[in-house]
Design a protein around this ligand. Structure first.
Ligand code: GAL
Length: 365
């Protein structure tokens, strides 16, 4: 039996061996801390460009120290049933798991795209388990908040599109990135009845137990923050729109000293761009933009990464870790992880590159 030496250092961008010496396969991931153990959930990728779709499912790893991760296997498996929403070959991205204290269940949300439709379905999906590592049972996929108006739009916008607006909108080439003529106040109206588009996403549980789904909507042009029901299984119907026309994706939300912070990226597909940050006193806004939190060489490309999660480290004051993916779309399984410490100047976050670092960074700085 081979003994794998214990790790005590983060090496952003390098291969990250699990307890079997295999590079961790949990891309676009997020971390749940439950009863002293961290659980990392992410997209299981396969080799080549095929790996950009889901052929296996959502992979789970566990750790008690954040450096050494034990392979816990596939938490949510894709289906062989062609009628299933999660049939092999669909797109399953950015899975996040939260624990619902009220029901005792572990609830997974992820971005789902249906086979053969590229990214047009723009759905979110849920799965549930009694244990953190699963197996999770797939529940449903949908576009959130059908039949509900956002809480932060004026009454005069709470109406369907006119035929003229529909025609102009239909003629636009909405491709998920900045688009000339993008209408900032129409797509949520178009999608009122059928539900709001939902692509890149994250989840956030507040101190009071309220949970939120933060997702790129309206053809990626507007970010939606949507409160979940008390069992975390559905959108509650209360949601708001932020940064209309600014095309944010890769959202990660965290709370520090009573303020809410949102990290995100622009919309350039697998290619990196400059990260963004914003702060608010209430999750419902107003959100104040703080610019690119990354500093130093290659900051303008987020060190070739894209945000996926921010992990507060309990027990260490003011310790927050930025988790990002360095995608490898030509050989998806080779995607790398960038974990970097977040620093603050007053209330403004900064992220600097380190070839290697460890948790003593937070206590020694
Ligand atoms: C990225 C997004 C990824 C994936 C990719 C597909 O912008 O953050 O999660 O959807 O686009 O091109």
């Amino acid at each position: 039996m081979t003994t794998i030496a214990a790790l005590d250092t983060f090496y952003p961008g390098e291969l990250w061996p699990d307890n079997n010496g295999v590079h961790i396969n949990a891309h676009g991931g997020g971390i749940l801390l439950h009863e002293g153990t961290y659980y990392w959930f992410g997209e299981h990728k396969i080799e080549g460009t095929a790996g950009n779709a889901a052929h296996v499912g959502v992979h789970c790893y566990s750790s008690t120290d954040l450096y050494n991760w034990k392979d816990e296997g596939i938490a949510l498996a894709v289906s062989d049933d062609p009628a299933s929403d999660i049939v092999k070959g669909n797109v399953i991205e950015r899975p996040k798991v939260i624990h619902c204290a009220a029901t005792g269940k572990f609830v997974m949300w992820f971005h789902l795209e249906l086979a053969g439709q590229s990214y047009k379905a723009a759905r979110t999906a849920t799965a549930i388990s009694d244990t953190p590592t699963g197996p999770y049972k797939f529940l449903e996929s949908f576009r959130p908040n059908a039949g509900h108006w956002p809480i932060n739009v004026p009454d005069e916008l709470k109406k369907p599109l006119t035929p003229e607006e529909s025609a102009t909108l239909a003629a636009l080439n909405l491709h998920g990135g900045p688009t000339p003529g993008y209408p900032t106040d129409q797509i949520f109206r178009r999608d009122f009845a059928g539900g709001q588009m939902s692509r890149d996403m994250t989840l956030f549980v507040d101190d009071d137990g309220a949970a939120y789904h933060i997702h790129a909507s309206e053809d990626n042009g507007v970010l939606h923050i949507s409160q979940l029901t008390a069992d975390y299984l559905r959108p509650s119907g209360k949601y708001a729109r932020f940064f209309p026309g600014q095309f944010n994706e890769a959202p990660a939300l965290f709370k520090r000293n009573g303020k809410y912070y949102l990290l995100s990226s622009g919309c350039t597909g697998w290619d990196p761009n400059a990260a963004r940050s914003a702060v608010a006193d209430s999750i419902w806004g107003p959100w104040t933009e703080l610019g690119n939190p990354c500093i130093g060489p290659n900051a303008e490309l987020t060190f070739d990464g894209q945000a996926t999660h921010v992990l507060p480290v309990p027990g260490i004051p003011d310790a927050y870790i930025f988790l990002a993916d360095r995608w490898q779309p030509k050989n998806a399984i080779d995607g790398r992880y960038l974990w970097l410490p977040i620093d603050f100047t007053a209330d403004t976050p900064h992220i600097e590159w380190f070839n290697s670092w460890d948790l003593s960074y937070f206590t020694d700085r």
